[in-house]
Design a protein around this ligand. Structure first.
Ligand code: PLP
Length: 369
């Protein structure tokens, strides 16, 4: 791969392919695969990721909002797209772009049905979400009769899938809770399915669900973070490849004498002479202030170098004392080492957050060889 001359987020589609095949290998060949590409495909490039996954044979995509689905359609993506959190204000666009809503409450159901009637839709595909313990979005069991009564009396919309979402699939201390969610889903679908006119697909598992509860894969699984190289546990991370590498360069090197300070608010005071490197990346690029003051490190010429002082809007300073480096040298903020998970853990957060937070100012470079 080319050396970075500025801050870039490199997206490796071969790593994506590896991760896709790894996740598929944990599943029954008949199980459909939905690639979760919300939030710019976890901060990378949703179009490049979706095109690759479409070529690899992914069955479905999911985005959070309608606008994200519109971006994929405008780029020529033909695969079916589930919108996980559609809002009534965007229903016109949802239909215009052939996107499929998650219907998660009586209000959203009635809202969408009104739109479907007004537009004269027939059998428009919808997905029903049930709340089994996450307490975020979804119907509950007591709403089933009212729900099916609404569905029975119309021909505009058709339930193509019924799903739920696990709250703690990565946490083996919460195994009992997760098993309970699986049982609740099992029970709800047993009550609901005989009341529907068509047999819908069922789906429940996210990435860690696939890893830890593959028995509950039903007709489809919904994977996000695993596609991007993280499995919420070291043993799985070791078998996946990070798709995103955040690279930058050294802009300037400073020799700091004992007693001098570095950066805003003089947050770092040199107790001995140190050498620092200034990098063209800051909190406006997604490296929040919580990564400063030694909490995270980057890699320069194979050596770990911590962030010193406060993170600035457009720059960070790195302690490179004892590291053989010069202005113009490449810096790995995260990638294979440190991984996004390791980088994130320095600030007590998770890979999901650092990945999705890399701002659109950072150029995306897609690599497919
Ligand atoms: C984001 C999301 C996923 C993907 O979860 P990962 O842990 O990234 O695999 C799956 N389902 C729903 C409903 C989601 O919101």
């Amino acid at each position: 791969m080319a050396k970075a001359g500025e801050t870039v987020l490199e997206i490796d589609l071969l790593a994506l392919e590896h991760n896709y095949r790894f996740l598929k290998s944990r599943l029954d060949p008949k199980t459909k695969f939905l690639g979760v590409v919300k939030a710019f495909a976890y901060g990378s490039d949703s179009v490049a990721i979706a095109k690759k996954l479409e070529a690899l044979g992914a069955d479905y995509f999911a985005v959070a909002y309608v606008s994200e689905g519109v971006t994929l359609r405008e780029a020529g993506i033909k695969t079916r797209i589930l919108v996980l959190h559609p809002l009534p204000v965007s229903f016109d666009n949802l239909v215009a772009y052939n996107l499929e809503p998650n219907i998660y409450s009586p209000k959203i159901l009635n809202n969408f049905l009104q739109v479907a009637k007004k537009k004269g839709l027939e059998q428009y595909p919808i997905h029903l979400k049930f709340n089994t313990g996450l307490n975020r979005l979804g119907f509950v069991e007591s709403e089933i009769d009212a729900l099916t009564a609404v569905l029975d009396n119309q021909d505009q919309i058709k339930v193509v899938s019924v799903f739920s979402h696990l709250a703690a699939s990565e946490d083996l201390n919460e195994q009992e809770f997760t098993e309970n969610q699986i049982e609740t889903f099992e029970h709800l679908t047993k009550v609901l399915l005989p009341k529907l006119k068509h047999k819908p697909m069922l789906h429940l598992l996210n990435t860690s669900g696939v890893i830890n509860y593959a028995k509950a894969q039903y007709d489809m699984v919904r994977c996000g973070i695993g596609l991007y190289g993280f499995g919420n546990e070291a043993a799985i991370d070791a078998q996946l490849k990070p798709t995103a590498t955040l690279k930058t360069v050294i802009s300037q090197i400073h020799i700091i004498d004992k007693g001098q300070s570095i950066g805003y608010n003089r947050a770092y005071k040199a107790e001995a002479a140190v050498v620092t490197a200034t990098l063209p990346i800051g909190h406006a690029d997604g490296i929040g202030r919580q990564y400063g003051n030694g909490n995270a490190h980057v890699t320069i010429n194979g050596k770990k170098a911590p962030i010193v002082g406060n993170v600035c809007m457009d720059m960070i300073m790195i302690n490179v004392t004892g590291i053989d480096c010069k202005e113009g040298d490449e810096v790995i903020v995260f990638g294979t080492s440190p991984t996004a998970e390791e980088f994130a853990s320095g600030a007590k957060t998770i890979s999901y957050e650092i990945l999705t937070g890399i701002s659109q100012r950072v150029t995306r470079v897609v690599v497919d060889n």
